[in-house]
Design a protein. Sequence first.
Lengths: 440, 194
Amino acid sequence: MLYSPDGIRAVRPKTSRNRGSPVPKQIDRLGDPVRRISRRAMLAGSAGAFGTATLPFGKAHARQQDRPNVPDDPTKVQGRDASELGTRSQFEQVRRSAGRSSSQTPHQDLDGIITPSDLHYERHHGGIPEIDPDRHSLLIHGMVERDTMFTVADLKRFPSRSVIHFMECSGNGGRSYRNRRTEDVTPQQVDGLTSTSEWTGVPLATLMREVGVDPEASWILAEGGDAAVMTRSIPMGKVMDDALIAYGQNGEALRPEQGYPIRLFLPGWEGSASVKWIRRIEVGDEAFMTREETSKYTDPLPDGTARQFSFTMDTKSIITFPAYPDTLPERGWWEMSGLAWSGRGRISRVEISTDGGQSWSDAELQGPVLPICHTRFRAAFNWQGDETVVLSRATDETGYVQPTLDELIAVRGIGTRYHHNHIRGCRIRPNGSTVFTVDA
Amino acid sequence: MRVATPRSAGVWTAVAVVIVASAAIAAQQDQPERFGFGRPATEAEIAAWDIDVTPDGTGLPPGGGTAVEGRSIYVEKCEICHGAHGEGRPFSQLVGREPRQGFPFGNQPSLVRTIGNYWPFAPTLYDYTFRTMPFDEPGTLEPDEVYALTAFLLYLNDIVAEDDVIDANTLPRVQMPARDKFVGDNRRGGRELR
């Protein structure tokens, strides 16, 4: 085992993966989130070779000097008292990477499938509003028998449902689509715009029955109570199938950045359609053609058309370990880990390749394997010091197989800005350092 | 059916569980079509929030404006973000008709999507401007201002003339260059990649 001079193991410890992840800066623009790697991250990435084993773990060195002061032997002093609100260990510094209008989940630091609520990714179109739940209402009107105003308390009185689903921004992974030479990027920076939570709320179908929806109605307009007064049109089929007006996330009230006090939640659909801070639903018989579903969130195709209402998130997987800026300190057995998900149902299979896609073998799916949910996979591999590329490839229960970047570009064109679910992974160099890659 | 004796607490518990379970099932079966929660929304409440405008012009208010009127409002409230001629920087580029032929966005990532080359419906421009702009004072524009700004942006994009009056009657009739470019989602899962 290689050790750096001060005794810190020169690899991200599996039990504490958080300390080394570079925090990206973000250039914020209206429209698509644009992310840039911080100078700090670039420095770390450029010095990840064995010969300079102090980097990228130089940050850990610096931290060694100001590490929290704890007793040498915790069995010889009484511990601290109980508290009203729990906090993470002071040694755990997990963080979203945040710009003005979005932040990314640090997948390289997490295990299991549930994203801690305070690390769930964000994407806003007009900032996070501050809303008093006692003064917030949901209006449902239009092609209904009874135009109705529901308070938040009214909504909580209906029979509730809790579901565990991922949510992903349709722009997630875009930087690896547009620039296939991108190497010094973490799972958080490439694919941090997806997260999984338990969501609790009232089925929208229940509310539609309550207001007496017109059988001829075919679309709703969902509108938020934020500065963007965010609007998306949703087909009635989804409304009646599994749409939720959610007020709970992971056992407590929604976080403000997730739509407090209420949001729309549409399982498996691009996150922007799950309108947060929802205050109005208008029922109609045509799509409303808002800016967010015409000018934005549409997918121009190579044939000179643009795909509209491309709601469903396609099957995808990412490897969260090993991943840039990890370094494997020695040859031998390592366990690859990652997440797979599909907007159409359960993940049925994840395959991994340790030879750049020449051969594939099944990874173990770690339960629970839930429909429309992050699914954790694991696979042991024996690294013998060769330069190699490790990749993952997910299949869902409809038989959809995660495509390569070339396959995806062939049908979508290089100009598309959403739905980037191509195969990706990392290149392991002979010195054990890793970089992100989409190429074998 | 066995009769429980008072000495058997376990059996009493079992009986209680059966009774509770039966009640729960009955409650489920009796769930009504309507619960009667919520209250009727008033006309005024609906009018205050119902601001959306659809492609056929539904929702457009009285009023109107021209590009000439819009120019001064744009200079005062929009130019700082979108540039003197709608060229963008620091925020979204609003103006651009190139390429005049075809719709090659799928193959040309550098091509900027603007009102003139990408937006399919003109009333959407009114809807979005009214609900969100200007950025530092969202939702504060009067209908006449929004009509005038809409006219100005359509004029800059070479879609209407400088003195055309844009109002509830004319705006839905404006033909946008990208009007017929949009198609539905044909992805269905399964083996075929689309």
